[in-house]
Design a binder for this molecule. Structure first.
Ligand code: MG
Length: 126
């Protein structure tokens, strides 16, 4: 079995799903809405400061009790992957989806399960 990151025993929750918005939920809205259904809680970890909680709640058919938005503060814009991974770690997410492979790598470094939505991976080629 291939494993690219260590298991993190600090993360015990299997109840919270973390999702990026732009080019993640935004590209696969129906699929992520279906995927999110069995989770007790969804958090959206994004740099999109135009997304509103009410818009997200309507889309996911959830209330503010079990859906939250974490929007990257200005002072963390220099290390978005590190900030997103820190949020996912602190919120003990079971799984994170993002289209930025650097976010996925930063999550893996913290032992957070993460999967890259690779439809537009060319955006991040260096
Ligand atoms: Mg994105």
């Amino acid at each position: 079995m291939y494993k690219e990151y260590p298991v993190c025993n600090e993360i015990k929750s299997d109840k919270t799903l973390a999702l990026d918005w732009d080019e993640t939920i935004g590209d696969y809205p129906l699929a992520f809405r279906a995927l999110a259904k069995p989770y007790d809680r969804v958090i959206i970890v994004t740099v999109n400061n135009e997304l509103t909680l009410s818009e997200a709640c309507i889309w996911f058919e959830r209330s503010t009790d079990d859906l939250q938005i974490f929007c990257c503060p200005y002072e963390n814009m220099g290390d978005i992957p590190g900030w997103k991974a820190a949020v996912c770690y602190a919120e003990k997410v079971a799984l994170m989806f993002d289209d930025n492979p650097d976010v996925v790598r930063a999550c893996h470094q913290k032992g957070v399960n993460a999967i890259c939505v690779s439809e537009r991976a060319w955006k991040f080629e260096k």
